[in-house]
Design a protein around this ligand. Sequence first.
Ligand SMILES: [Zn+2]
Length: 179
Amino acid sequence: MIDIKRIKPKTKGESDKYSWNLYRFLHKIISNRDEGKYVKNQLEVHFVHNSWFDSKYLEFDKNKSLNPRQLIILPLGLKNGRSFHSVDSILTRNRSDRFALPNWELTDITDWFFETYERDGRCIFDRSHNGWMLGAKNRFTHVNNTRRCNWCGEWHHKEIKKKVNITRKEVWLPEESIK
Ligand SMILES: [Zn+2]
């Protein structure tokens, strides 16, 4: 596991490139008196292939936004403690209840996750850059028709797209055949 100072938001209690809730959660479990020293070496992040929505099989795709609902943290790893925390609950509801692990299909993505999260921040969850997030007001630097994402470094340009609406309207016409 990485040194969590590297994913610490600049202002206490506020998310920026990095999530305050996730940082706080990790800090809490690695500084736990009894378990912390094990957590530091054993913590794993897994992708759950069973869809949270309908439990159908989902592929893990590095190039797509990571849905936090498919992500879990196992403080003691898969071998040594079969309990987990939901990353979605940690991020959005700031809750960190620990549950026993069901019989899910998992892929250990610990190294990839921390490397990518350190580099790109919360863009890992929103590759399209259209999502709504708290603490995102300084996410973009705008220059004319372009903008740069200050978290992952991606550049975007603005395009105006024409939207055509097709509307249907009921019209009554005289019956020509009745004469
Ligand atoms: Zn970005």
